[in-house]
Design a binder for this molecule. Structure first.
Ligand SMILES: [Zn+2]
Length: 341
């Protein structure tokens, strides 16, 4: 038994603060998503789960088990743009009349969810072809992504938040902190008095967070370096004095520095492993992903590509590898073949 199990519910310390976790089913490999009901004034929900009948039923039952009705929710706070978190936000707001708060940079995406997701998928196909994924796989993945579209839905944000502002509730203050990397809109909410951080997918205990490559907001701009952005965000969180992190999936985190250090070491190790493979011979990002994970399921092609490109970005920024493009496909090669690795 894990220590938490021995001492009971790992979410008991959060509940003691009036923050109640409701785990909502999702259709994704990550499993359930954590939604939080903050028993305060306004009655606040953090994220809402994906847009499906069974998720909605479980959300409603979860809220009722805590002695409230969904119609009583007064404020919904969105942590980021991913569909397992935002899908039901619009429905909850329309049932309850709740305000919907999200960071300003999320508004263009969530208010035009469908069009923006389509544009993301177009960008994804370009990136996949450019980095060695076959047209068949890229097209198939695009279709898979479209088939999941209805798990999301557009969101009307009625209260735009800015980085560093504070949301005042009756019993607590939540500081809004922008921490992009996992997505371009990741936002965490900090209760300084209780040293508690609503962290969503910024840091997860059981799996390393995926910094997915986002589409640049400026069409034609260079591909954003998601892992570099993410590591920078993690460093900011590492410096905080925290006792409890409440994540978007899985169990709470009580030692964020140790976990962040473990993640940082893993990323360095992975970059070194990729450097070794690139030193053997120039390879595309997709070939590198296959070296690391073998045959990759179609549904994981973009995820694993994002993972590899995050690490080759670290090597590119250090000047140890470079991109060489031929016929629209990029291969990575070492800058100094005699420099060893
Ligand atoms: Zn996410």
């Amino acid at each position: 038994m894990a220590p938490e199990e021995a001492s009971g519910d790992p979410y008991a310390p959060a509940a003691a603060q009036g923050i109640h976790r409701i785990a909502i089913p999702t259709p994704f490999a990550v499993g359930r998503v954590n939604v939080y009901l903050i028993d305060d004034s306004p009655l606040t929900l953090v994220d809402a789960g994906p847009n499906s009948g069974s998720s909605f039923d479980e959300l409603q039952q979860g809220v009722e088990a805590l002695g409230h009705r969904l119609e009583d929710i007064e404020l919904v706070i969105l942590t980021h743009q991913h569909i397992d978190h935002l899908g039901l936000v619009g429905l909850v707001a329309s049932r309850s009349g709740a305000e919907v708060a999200a960071i300003d940079v999320a508004v263009p995406f969530v208010s035009r969810f469908r069009e923006e997701s389509e544009a993301d998928d177009d960008f994804g196909v370009q990136i996949m072809l450019r980095h060695g994924i076959s047209e068949d796989v890229a097209t198939a993945l695009r279709a898979v992504s479209r088939s999941f579209r209805n798990w999301g839905a557009r969101v009307d944000v009625t209260r735009e938040l800015s980085h560093d502002e504070v949301i005042e509730l009756r019993d607590r203050r939540l500081q809004v902190l922008f921490r992009p990397g996992h997505s371009p809109t990741d936002t965490v909410f900090f209760d300084a008095e209780r040293r508690t951080l609503l962290a969503a997918d910024h840091l997860l205990k059981h799996i390393s967070t995926n910094p997915l490559i986002p589409r640049p907001r400026d069409p034609g701009a260079a591909r954003p370096q998601a892992l570099v952005t993410y590591l920078d965000s993690l460093e900011k969180t590492r410096e905080m004095e925290l006792e409890l992190l409440l994540p978007g999936h899985g169990d709470p985190i009580t030692d964020h520095r140790a976990l962040i250090d473990e993640r940082s070491r893993m990323h360095v190790r992975r970059a070194e492993k990729l450097f070794g493979l690139i030193a053997e011979r120039p390879r595309t990002a997709h070939e590198l992903a296959q070296e690391l994970w073998g045959n990759i399921a179609v549904t994981r092609a973009y995820l694993t590509l994002s993972e590899v490109l995050g690490h080759t970005d670290l090597l590119l920024n250090d000047g140890r590898v470079r991109e060489v493009e031929a016929d629209g496909v990029v291969r990575f090669e070492v800058t100094d073949p005699d420099g060893g690795g």
